[in-house]
Structures are given as structure tokens and as C-alpha cells.
Design a protein. Structure first.
Length: 632
């Protein structure tokens, strides 16, 4: 307990210094925006319109895929600039939209977990606020999903009726229109259509999917929804023309991430990360067209906000990690695109990715967990259910089965010759140079941005309860980032020697303890008496994240010794005051309980859905995992 108090006092001191620094730093962006506003007040500002679709990869005619009917976007690409190497920073909406609205990577902000509400550091603003201060009217219709607490100063309007028509006369505007029709949920009910039935025969089924009717039908229905999305894009463009603003508006079209069938959305493969991006700059704004443009440059959607500011003549704030690719402040082309994956809905995971124009490198920090962890929302589609049924029946080949198996710590794919990302080159000697280069770039980027993935989400939730940003926390004296990051990398990639593990387990750093225990989970080994004793002691740690992973390490040993007792301890955490701790405990029960013990615990959990006997009301994701245990 004394150690815990000492660490927290040290942290509070360090954090106070951070806050003092932030109180000065936060003035810089505001003063910066005011200066920019004065500089450009007398100039003609371009209108900027973003048309954003959901959950679709570049399945458009202009990108070479003609199965969907996309005449409106094909025409926009013909008259504009189509970028070919564009990626979402995350393969799911909320962590991606967090990066878009801030111009920063959620992996650095600590906001990468799906549907979380962890605060931003005080100086980070939703980027439309800078446009407002430069005289723009800002409107968003209507999706936000920014994965962080709301900021009031970004939008003049943000609702289902938000419109640029409500601006002052001659006022420039920034308007976002979100189109939902291609969202994953469009696959949850079968659409009766002869066109879809015919299209199913023409679908090219990816190598990772079984070629079965349910998969073909979902792919065909998805293409049908992309066609409908294009029709709705056409309506937005017609509206802009009818309102007399098309000819002086820069139009962006992009999707928030790839999707939407299994192994695309939520996953770091190209199928989940590669997105279309088309930018139309009208003749009246021809001076903003780049003289020479590399349409094959590496871009992520974290670059979208800085680019909007740049086109408006506003210099993006220095704190933004995204870089403008058009406009007055366009930066040099990037060699790499970085990505992140963390908890998806009710299931935990942690991975990072690096892409260049040829290869994609994926680093799994929890490789013992398969991609195909059961997610209630993902399993609503007929194709996902049928794929899983084929797995259970033993009717998949190795490529199709890999989705449901533990992962390799490192993956390297040739994006040109292996567009489905199914042939892992990481273990092949002839690709050792490429692997080393991409691995080094991942580590370099994570260090530069002080990636917060090494901080357990249970801890992030506690910080949010104290209104402390994860970004500030990892930069405070509470975290010895260089040492703890190095251990995080090592412990998650390969088994560690007993002496090294014991040193980490008995030290004062909860982060090192956490990843030492997670190494025992990832790479199960027969515990020595000393390791076992220390692991059992950490079940009593003052740090709840450490307690939970200590229980997990003991359960992962596979021994029946005290197995039931540790499951009972996990069950006690399902009534924790920490919502993420409750969810983690439920995952442990789902993964490790079996037989009569599972029936006992599931029966207890069933009762908590209908009573108020727990310390906190069940969150949606908790309900999802409990219901899935009941159903299965």
C-alpha cells in the first residue's frame, strides 16, 4: 500500500506539471487560429463539403471494381483527384472518427478502444473550431461518434437537419454529410431482389471466406448497398448544384473505414483499412489545385482535418499528427500509413499496423486471442454465422480457418501480389529485410507519438473517472515510458526467461507487472514455484488491471489446481465499479469456464441482467457477452 501511495503522489506531482504546461500550451492553438482568421479575413474562402459513407472499401468503378453501379462517384473521380493509397487509422468508426475530428491518432490520445469516452488533453480541439474562428459556418449532418467527450465550439449545427443554408449571406461554409446506407447493419436482414441474386453469381469471394451461398449473398447485398450509397451521393451533389454552391465548393468523398463482411471492418488487413478518397476542386478554385500531385502517396484519414484547414488557408496546429496533403500548407508525401486496433465492442485486443505502397506489417500484442472472437454484432450477418458453422463442422481450409485461430505476433503481407492478405511473409528469410524495416518503423512511430497501447484499458477507465487524459498520463512522471515501452514490446513478442519475468513481477511498476503476466498468458509455460507464488500474490494487487491479468495467467496454465477458485474471483470482478474491469472479468469467464462451473456462473450472470444487485448497472457490451454465454 505504501508503494501505491508513493507512486500516485509521484504521478500527481508529474501530472500537475503537465497541467501547468498545458495551461500555457492551450493558448497557442487559440492565438494561432485568431492570427490565421485575421490573415485570411479579406480573402475569398472556398466552401468545403465532405461526403462520408460508412463501412466500404474502394469498391467503385473508378477504382476498377465494376460490380456495384457507381456513376456519380465515377464522374466525381473523373473531374477530380482520386487517391489510391488511403487508409483509415482504425478499422472501425469511433476510433477513426476520433482521429478525423482531432487530427491526431487515437493510439496516442488513448482513445483507440471502441465506444469509449476518455478525455482529450486540454489543448486538443475538434478541428472545425479553427474554421469557425476563421469565419466559416460549420455544419454536420449528422453522425459524430467521436469516441471522446463532446466539445461545444466545433459546430454551428450538428443534427439531422444541419445545413449550410443557415449561414450568413456570403459566409463560407464547411459541411459534412454522412451517408449510412452501406453500414454493416445493412447485412442484418436479407433484401429480396433479383438483381442481388444475379450479382451473387458474379461475386469474387476472397480467399479467406468459404465460397458458400450465404457469403455470396452477403457480398452481393453489400455491393447493392454501395450502389445505393452512390445514388445518395448523387442527390447531395444535385442539391449543391441547385443551391448554387457546387462551383465554389471543394468536395471530398471518402469512407470512414473498410468493410463490411467478416475479416474486413474491425481488422487491420487491407479489407478493413483501405478506403476510397476523391477530391473535386472546381474551376473557380483552380488556384488550389496542385500543379503536381502524387495520387499514390500514403494518406490516412487523420490527414483529412489538417487538409481542410490548409485548403481554407489556415496553418494546421503543430500538435496535430495528421499532415495536410493539399492546400497552402501541404506537407511532404509520407512513406508510411500507420494504424491501430484495440478493444472491439465486448472483446479485447491490441494491434498496430504499418503500410507502404507494397507491404503491410501487422504487430499483434495479444496474439493468443484469435481475430474471430465471438462478437454479437458481427455475428448478426448470415455470412458470419455460416462461416462459423463451417468452422465447427471442420469444413474450412487452412486459409479460411486462420481467422478463428491464435495469431502470429508479426504478420507481413505483399499488398500487390496478395491483396487478400493471407500469405504471411514474416517467417520467410527472403523477406527479412522488409520485415526488419517495417518493424523498426512501427516502433519508431509508436515512440514518437508515445503510443498509449501499453496502458491497460482498466487503467484508462480509472483515469477518465478522475478526468485525466491518457495522453497527459503517459507523459507524466507516473510512467517511465522508454523502459516500460521496451518491456511491452519484448514481453508481447516472444517467451521470456524466468529470471527476467520474476524481476518484472517483483518490481514496483504496475505496467511491467501487467505485461510480464500477459507474457505468461500469451506464451503459457509451466510456472516455477517462484513465478507461481508471485503471480498468486498479484491477484491481491492494489491495481485492478494487474489483479485481473494475474487471474488470467493462472487460468491459462490449464491446471485444475484452484481453477474453480480463480473463476470465482473473476466473477467477483463482474460487480466492480470499473466498467472495463467488469467486461474483462466476463471475458475471462467466457474463455476459461466449462462444464458444471460454467453453468453455475452463467446462471448467476443471467440473474444480474434482471436485478439491481450489482454495484453498477450492466453496460451494453456486458449484456452482449452475458447474453452470448446464455445463448451458446
Amino acid at each position: 500500500m505504501k508503494s501505491f501511495i508513493r507512486i500516485n503522489i509521484q504521478y500527481l506531482y508529474g501530472f500537475a506539471v503537465c497541467i501547468l504546461a498545458a495551461s500555457f500550451t492551450v493558448l497557442v492553438p487559440k492565438a494561432h487560429a485568431q492570427e490565421q482568421a485575421q490573415k485570411h479575413s479579406a480573402q475569398i474562402k472556398p466552401n468545403i463539403v465532405w461526403i462520408v459513407s460508412e463501412d466500404n472499401s474502394p469498391l467503385l468503378g473508378s477504382y476498377g471494381d465494376t460490380l456495384a453501379n457507381t456513376p456519380n462517384l465515377d464522374a466525381l473521380a473523373k473531374s477530380g483527384i482520386q487517391f489510391d493509397q488511403v487508409f483509415s487509422p482504425a478499422p472501425v468508426c469511433a476510433p477513426t472518427r476520433n482521429a478525423i475530428i482531432t487530427g491526431m491518432y487515437a493510439s496516442s490520445l488513448g482513445t483507440e478502444n471502441m465506444r469509449s469516452q476518455y478525455p482529450l488533453p486540454s489543448f486538443v480541439r475538434f478541428f472545425p473550431a479553427y474554421l469557425k474562428e476563421a469565419g466559416y459556418h460549420t455544419s454536420n449532418r449528422a453522425k459524430t461518434d467521436y469516441n471522446t467527450p463532446w466539445q461545444d465550439n466545433a459546430w454551428d449545427e450538428s443534427n439531422e437537419e444541419a445545413s449550410y443554408l443557415n449561414r450568413d449571406d456570403k459566409q463560407a461554409f464547411f459541411h459534412v454529410r454522412n451517408i449510412f446506407v452501406s453500414h454493416e447493419s445493412s447485412l442484418h436482414e436479407r433484401i429480396a431482389s433479383e438483381d442481388i441474386i444475379k450479382m451473387a453469381e458474379q461475386v469474387k469471394v476472397p480467399l479467406y471466406h468459404p465460397d458458400i451461398p450465404e457469403v455470396r449473398a452477403d457480398w452481393a447485398q453489400y455491393y447493392n448497398r454501395v450502389s445505393e450509397m452512390d445514388r445518395q451521393v448523387g442527390l447531395v451533389i444535385d442539391e449543391l448544384k441547385q443551391n448554387g454552391v457546387f462551383e465554389n465548393s471543394i468536395i471530398f468523398y471518402y469512407s470512414d473505414h473498410g468493410g463490411a463482411l467478416g475479416r474486413s471492418k474491425r481488422f487491420l488487413y487491407d479489407s478493413g483499412m483501405h478506403v476510397p478518397l476523391i477530391v473535386h476542386i472546381p474551376d473557380s478554385l483552380a488556384h488550389l489545385r496542385p500543379k503536381n500531385i502524387n495520387t499514390n502517396q500514403m494518406i490516412t484519414l487523420a490527414d483529412a482535418g489538417p487538409t481542410a484547414l490548409s485548403l481554407a488557408g489556415i496553418q494546421p496546429p503543430e500538435y496535430m499528427q495528421g499532415r495536410a496533403f493539399l492546400g497552402e500548407y501541404a506537407a511532404e508525401n509520407k512513406a508510411y500509413a500507420h494504424g491501430y486496433r484495440a478493444r472491439m465492442d465486448e472483446r479485447f485486443d491490441l494491434a498496430r499496423s504499418v503500410r507502404d505502397d507494397r507491404y503491410v506489417y501487422i504487430r499483434h500484442y495479444l496474439p493468443h486471442l484469435p481475430d474471430g472472437q465471438f462478437l454479437q454484432y458481427l455475428w448478426r450477418s448470415a455470412s458470419m454465422q455460416a462461416w462459423d458453422e463451417k468452422r465447427q463442422a471442420g469444413e474450412l481450409n487452412n486459409t479460411q480457418r486462420a481467422f478463428f485461430m491464435p495469431k502470429s505476433g508479426e504478420l507481413l503481407f505483399d499488398r500487390v501480389n496478395d491483396p487478400d492478405n493471407v500469405i504471411n511473409l514474416a517467417g520467410k528469410p527472403e523477406y527479412a529485410e522488409q520485415l526488419a524495416r517495417m518493424r523498426a518503423e512501427n516502433i519508431k512511430w509508436m515512440k514518437e507519438t508515445k503510443d498509449a497501447g501499453l496502458i491497460p484499458e482498466v487503467t484508462k477507465w480509472e483515469l477518465a473517472r478522475l478526468n485525466i487524459s491518457v495522453y497527459d498520463y503517459v507523459r507524466s512522471d507516473a510512467v517511465d515510458y522508454e523502459e516500460e515501452f521496451t518491456w511491452f514490446q519484448e514481453a508481447s513478442l516472444e517467451p521470456q526467461k524466468e529470471a527476467v519475468l520474476l524481476n518484472m513481477l517483483t518490481g514496483s511498476s504496475s505496467i511491467k507487472q501487467y505485461w510480464a503476466l500477459m507474457s505468461l498468458v500469451t506464451y503459457p509455460q509451466s510456472m516455477s514455484a517462484k513465478i507461481l507464488e508471485q503471480t498468486e500474490l498479484l491477484v491481491l494487487s492494489v491495481d485492478e488491471a494487474v489483479r485481473l491479468v494475474a487471474i488470467e495467467a493462472l487460468l491459462a496454465q490449464g491446471s485444475q489446481r484452484m481453477h474453480s477458485d480463480y473463476l470465482d474471483i473473476a466473477y467477483k470482478h463482474t460487480t466492480s465499479g470499473n466498467a472495463i474491469a467488469r467486461l474483462y472479468a466476463l471475458n475471462l469467464i467466457d474463455r476459461f469456464s466449462e462444464g458444471e462451473k460454467r453453468l453455475e456462473l452463467v446462471d448467476l450472470l443471467r440473474k444480474t441482467l434482471d436485478t439491481s444487485d450489482t454495484n453498477a448497472e450492466r453496460e451494453d457490451y456486458e449484456r452482449s457477452i452475458i447474453q452470448s454465454m446464455i445463448d451458446r
